[in-house]
Write a protein that binds this ligand. Structure first.
Ligand code: GLA
Length: 373
């Protein structure tokens, strides 16, 4: 009896210890913005894996993961200081490195939409359209932060009328790290009918940030259709089959293999910059994408409850930006896999709705799951 008791006590203590050893969370000041507002950075550590998230823009500043030999590298593009990100957010060449995007991720055509018969005008910041919530979108705001088990909870309240959107919207994003899984749990409530579409805009290079291009990375997208775009990268409304096109990533394919193909959609996007309609629907967490770097053996799986994903192959990176440790980010130095609702949904009644009403709750989960082989 005594032996059983001692054994169970040992097991209990071990399990407590294991739970505690899982992820540590710490926070430090991370400088000030030009207007004097203080920025904090949270470090989530689980063994060799480390994610750092700052309160400005809710930005994933670094993501360190081991390769197949155990060598750790930071696999997201960015800057060494909060100031670097601030400068970039306020540039015409804004890249949105690592940022949380809202109130509406991707584009709203003509910078306008109607809701309940009322027309809303938004600031146009991208060829007459609104991109990533406008120039003062969520990526460009300081979020309130609170430590939670295994991570950090960020909250931002955008005011009724801010960047043209109706309703006071309270958005909360919980970043947690479990093993090598970085989970983002997004939620939002409103006091007026509105639209909402939140995502994270990390730029991945699994060889390590600053280590060449992602053209050799192999990508799988679990999507049989995508939404073709016009010259302003606004969906035409068609859901087009990927069959027989350079947009078919249903089998792992090197990104560089067809990126220069003579294809009208690739010309319009200057490469891949499109929304793939995921085959798995129904708000269940499902695998959307797998990205693999044969060189390092690092792999990223993207799981999401969202109906779509924007695969952007870093087509606007041109080497003009100096990133972390002086790295230069040239064309295709990284790629984004932005889980989302379809771009311009407020103007496409037949797309899955992005409307949120008072009393309702927007809630969606995306996981960046890292491994190596
Ligand atoms: C998104 C857009 C791209 C580009 C990047 C940021 O992925 O779809 O067109 O604007 O953001 O540069």
């Amino acid at each position: 009896m005594l032996r059983v008791l001692i054994l169970s006590l040992v097991c209990f203590l071990m399990s407590v210890n294991l739970v505690e050893a899982k992820t540590t969370v710490s926070s430090q000041p991370f400088g000030k913005l030009p207007d004097g507002s203080a920025v904090e950075i949270f470090t989530l550590t689980s063994g060799a894996v480390e994610a750092r998230i700052m309160t400005y823009g809710g930005i994933l500043v670094s993501m360190k993961v081991p390769d197949r030999t155990g060598k750790v590298a930071d696999v997201v593009l960015g800057y060494d200081t909060a100031d670097g990100y601030f400068g970039n957010s306020n540039n015409p060449g804004t890249a949105y490195f690592g940022a949380l995007i809202g109130r509406y991720a991707n584009r709203i055509g003509g910078a306008t939409f109607s809701l309940d018969g009322k027309k809303y005008s938004l600031p146009a910041n991208n060829n007459g359209n609104t991109l990533h919530g406008g120039p003062h979108g969520y990526f460009n705001q300081v979020w309130k932060a609170k430590k939670i088990p295994n991570g950090v909870e960020l909250t931002y309240v955008s005011k009724d009328g801010e960047e043209g959107f109706p309703g006071n919207l309270t958005a909360t994003v919980r970043y947690t790290l479990l093993g090598a899984d970085l989970k983002m749990e997004y939620s939002a409530t409103t006091d007026k009918d509105t639209v909402v579409n939140l995502t994270n805009h990390s730029y991945f290079n699994l060889a390590g940030q600053g280590q060449g291009t992602i053209l050799q990375h192999q990508l799988t997208l679990n999507a049989s259709r995508f939404t073709p775009v016009d010259a302003g990268l606004i969906p035409t409304g068609e859901l087009k089959s990927v069959d027989g096109t350079p947009f078919d990533f249903r089998k792992a394919t090197a990104i560089g293999e067809r990126i220069d193909a003579d294809n009208e959609q690739l010309h319009l996007g200057k490469g891949y910059d499109h929304n793939w309609v995921l085959d798995n629907k129904g708000g269940k967490l499902s695998e959307a994408a797998v990205l693999y770097d044969p060189g390092s053996g690092r792999q990223l799986r993207v799981l999401t409850e969202e109906p779509a994903i924007q695969f952007y192959s870093g087509n606007f990176l041109d080497g003009s930006v100096k990133g972390k440790s002086g790295a230069t980010y040239a064309l295709h130095a990284a790629l984004c896999l932005e889980t989302q609702h379809y771009p311009d949904s407020p103007n496409h009644p037949d797309f899955p709705t992005t409307e949120l009403k008072p009393g309702g709750r927007y809630h969606t989960v995306t996981v960046f799951s890292f491994s190596s082989h």
